[in-house]
Design a binder for this molecule. Structure first.
Ligand code: DWN
Ligand code: SAH
Length: 407
């Protein structure tokens, strides 16, 4: 069997689950592209030395992030509010007026626009040119590049050093994370801060939200693993703040070593992670069993409903839904179509199992009996706008947070 080495500390990593062949999670496609669809092995391992959960095989970054990237950050109104608050939090931390703020994975400018509006010096780094263009058209300074240490050198030469280096749902996408952190280390001014957030491993384990695992998500962070990682670069984790977004995320606040007071939150979280067993192999073997059960339960519910000749539709063609549909073998026999608000996905088919993706109106104008809530992470926002569906007797099928249920 092939041996895999940890992306972070190079120790041998043991696989704890294989999801089998998977397509690109955001690779929505047309019928004529079915034959040449790309697949890779979605396998996940845990490094018991540095506590990092990680993919074992990776898809080339250009296959995932390009001029037709299907995820536009501004599709969720709750996320727009969240990023306004994130920006405000950064502004509150500012010590002087001449700040320079850089954001990695800035997408359509959902967060940086708040800095641009206040004429704060800023720069977005976003390799997917279609989403970057929206930001640029809205007056947000953005470069279309993959951030790494070399890009950091270029930024220093052209713009100077940085007060705040920000990121949301992007660090965990980057298998060459050492190059990114080395770049941040060079870029940050002595008192500068790296502030980023990503889905939190503790939530994934507790909620059995295995749909967070797909090609784009290379790393699954915890306080323990981030602390280990940044230490290797002379940086220090100084605070961590849990977020409700994306099914439970963690915001990490990191500075140069010995430049900031370390908050008590770190000890508190480290203790919680020890109790949850995030540093132990047995936790991930249990997670695999829980994932297998979740799949069995979801498929059996869908098969039962199919036998009753009821209509089931998917709600939101999320990246995460690609893992669910492919791992569970759910195709258009079980789910009629997936409704989604993103124009670039509509009229196409879901990656791998080729369920038609249709505009939101197709859901709204002809409610199904059941809707599988693929965007469960936006549940608050969706429940608030789908009161009519529920009033008319429509039911939700949810799989995360576990258990699988109809409500
Ligand atoms: O990490 C990532 C996060 C931030 O965003 C990326 N790798 C890709 C993406 O993941 P996702 O696709 O799972 O994200 P969301 O935000 O859970 O789903 C967005 C999709 O859901 C969009 O296609 C729009 C759709 N949607 C909808 O149809 N109706 C979303 C909402 C809120 C809705 O009401
Ligand atoms: N921050 C946004 C977007 C998250 S999706 C949000 O939270 O909604 C991940 C984004 O990271 C994509 O837009 C992708 O193009 C970008 N990305 C991936 N690798 C990157 C890299 N090396 N440098 C900068 N951005 C990257």
């Amino acid at each position: 069997m092939k041996q895999y080495n940890c992306l972070i500390c190079k120790s041998v990593v043991k696989e704890f689950i294989s999801f089998g062949k998977m397509p690109i999670a955001n690779g929505f496609l047309s019928k004529d592209q079915f034959k040449k669809e790309y697949f890779f092995n979605l396998r996940v391992g845990f490094c018991s030395k540095c506590a990092m959960v990680q993919l074992l095989e990776f898809v080339d970054r250009e296959k995932m992030f390009h001029e037709n990237y299907a995820f536009y950050s501004s599709t969720s109104t709750q996320m727009a509010i969240h990023f306004k608050e994130f920006a405000n939090d950064v502004m509150r931390r500012s010590i002087n007026k001449d700040q320079f703020v850089v954001e990695i994975g800035s997408n359509d400018g959902i967060m940086l626009k708040h800095f641009a509006e206040k004429e704060i010096k800023h720069l977005g780094i976003e390799p997917s040119s279609n989403v970057a263009k929206i930001a640029i058209d809205n007056g947000i300074n953005t470069i279309t590049e993959f951030f790494d240490e070399k890009v950091a050198d270029k930024i220093i030469r052209k713009y100077g050093k940085v007060d705040f280096f920000l990121g949301a749902n992007v660090m965990c996408h980057i298998s060459y994370i050492h190059s990114v952190i080395a770049g941040v280390k060079k870029l940050l001014k002595p008192k500068g801060l790296l502030i980023f957030e990503d889905p939190y491993l503790g939530d994934i384990v507790e909620k059995i939200s295995y749909d967070q695992i797909y090609d784009e998500h290379s790393l699954f962070f915890s306080i323990t693993s981030i602390r280990n990682l940044v230490r290797m670069h002379g940086l220090e984790l100084v605070d961590a703040i849990h977020q409700e977004t994306h099914g439970g995320s963690m915001r990490y606040i990191i500075g140069h070593k010995d430049e900031h007071k370390i908050k008590s939150s770190i000890t508190k979280w480290l203790l919680r992670e020890r109790k949850l067993g995030l540093g132990e192999t047995k936790t991930y073997n249990k997670l695999r069993k829980n994932i297998e059960k979740s799949r069995k339960d979801l498929v059996s519910i869908l098969v039962k409903i199919k036998k009753q000749n009821k209509r089931v539709v998917g709600y939101a063609a999320t990246s995460k839904s690609t893992t669910i549909t492919n791992y569970c073998g759910i195709d258009s026999n079980l789910i009629e179509f997936i409704s989604d608000t993103t124009p670039i996905k509509q009229g196409k088919f879901s990656p791998g199992t080729h369920i038609p993706v249709k505009p939101y109106e197709e859901f709204k104008d002809n409610y199904p009996d059941y809707a599988v809530l693929f965007a469960w992470n936006h549940s608050k926002e969706i429940m608030a706008k789908e009161k009519e569906f529920m009033k008319k007797g429509g039911k939700w099928i949810t799989f995360a947070p576990a258990p699988v249920k109809i409500s």
